[in-house]
Ligand binder design. Sequence first.
Ligand SMILES: [Fe+2]
Ligand SMILES: [Fe+2]
Length: 357
Amino acid sequence: MATFDDLDRNEVLATIHAVQAEVPTAFTWDYDRTRPALGRLYEKAKHSQWNGSTDLDWSLDVDPEKVAAELGGGTVNRFEMLASHPDSPVRSFGTAEWTRVGVEMQNSLLSQFMHGEQGALLCTARIVETVPWIDAKYYASTQVMDEARHVEVFARYLQEKLGSQYGINDNLRVLLDDILSDDRWDVTYLGMQIMVEGLALAAFGFMHQMTTEPLLKQLLRYVMSDEARHVAFGVLSLQEYYANLSDAEILERQQFAFEAAVRMRDRFLQQEVWERMDVPVKEAIELVMRTPTRQLFQMMLFSKIVPNCKKLGLLDRNDKWLRHRFEEIGVIQFEDWVDTGSEYEAFALTDADQRTA
Ligand SMILES: [Fe+2]
Ligand SMILES: [Fe+2]
């Protein structure tokens, strides 16, 4: 049997990252459809498939500098402290350098989303195997197709329209590795559908609002309509399962959720951009973290995660363990925002979406 060790070593190093895992692949002989909410989601998914090759207008020309400027990647505002602080390593930056920061930030951000989409593809294929319920296996199989499409469209946008991409950020890689090396089926959901996809849904929403670039806007609109279902899949599945776990079991999940939250927050510091621009990373990051608009952006990324954790009962079990951690990182104020258990209806594509951006 061929293993990763048999592959050409250079090829492995260049393009393959293997995560070792031993997970129970679960058959179920119970074909009764006992989970109607998951059944409805599955029906919805079957009607909501789109084709990235033909539904998006790839003939459109894209100006990467304009996209970056609209998304605020390199604006001096967003890096206020970095632009003006006397100790800043980039105090001498002029318009040309800040434009380049914007383009690099943009390429890095979309590259990380592309890698995250591949993580979602692998995690959901895993869930098909490991989740013990037939309704969840059915639904997860549709998500596998959705995620393949998402990887495809982000990769194509980066290759054809932006012309540059970044390798995976260390924080994101460690998080995806942690999720994929865990043998508990619910932890795959918690890491991917609740944390990673909850963040992606919030981030795509902001990007969709801010960009006027028609292809990216259309791409994000289509992807969001799928992501809202995916997050709902996580909420609906785990709500049932977590209601029956012991306090000790829940504490492990609370800790996992918090570690994932910190990893994702740090991923958005985009160290890789400063590295590529030969700027001392540590000094740059310290100043970026102190910029108020930056802090606001980071907090908003948690606007879906916190209400969904609350709906799963994760905030307050074990003497409010996760609530206190979310208070410490300044994101608890989102707890009563709308959760994503049924919000996917609001994200569904309409005829108008499908005719124009
Ligand atoms: Fe996705
Ligand atoms: Fe997804």
